[in-house]
Design a protein around this ligand. Sequence first.
Ligand code: SF4
Length: 264
Amino acid sequence: MNREIAQAADELAAAMAGLDLAGRIALVERRVPGRLVFTTSLGIEDQALTHALAMGKSRTEIVTLDTGRLFPETYDVWAETESAYGIRIRAYAPEREAEERFVREEGINGFRHSVAARQACCGFRKVEPLGRALAGAAVWFTGLRAGQSANRAETPLAEADEARGLIKVNPLADWTRADVDAFVRDNFIPYNVLHDRGFPSIGCAPCTRAVRVGEPERAGRWWWEQESKKECGLHVHTPEADVRPGQEAAAFETTNLKTPEMAR
Ligand code: SF4
């Protein structure tokens, strides 16, 4: 079973390579029967993907993990996106009992106590809801790019997710941040205003800070932890020790997407 998934993923990746974003999505939808799910964080890469899915009348379900700790600006762009495209983004929320237990035992910001506590928080707020979101899915679309961090340097266009028994498709894997910005600007795609305030990567509010020009894109995520620990468990990654020279994340160079026409 896993060998079949791996082979299908490799074939998809090879076929996607020469296509544009719309072509990549259409190819996957044509080749893979069953349930297809895109999990959006409402960040800029995911907004590009949402645009392509909505404009292409895609059959892929668009869902999000509402951790309960998102920025107000993230909820704003969520509502704006639903309104702009006439779609509904389905939310998966944490289980109430798990949330209440964590807050009772660790405190409302208990994720700062240790890496284990932080991973526990990401576990019930993100990983468990993700499992429900992907239940029975054949394909999981993500907005991952290889250039986002050293941990993601080898992100392929499609890969087997053996643990979940599905194909993980990353249609923006070979895009640069400049490619994403240009696509969003050129297509007047709604985006989180925090991107204009120094937040290239946006997660939960208490775990995300703005970055300085020259810092890696994901330097503002869980900034108090070592680089090798800085994933939330949604995406398997390359440990820091395995990152080879040349795989390091590119430094963040721009913090503002606005053109005069887009000023708001
Ligand atoms: S990013 Fe922070 S607040 Fe959000 S789930 Fe992870 S530890 Fe909890």
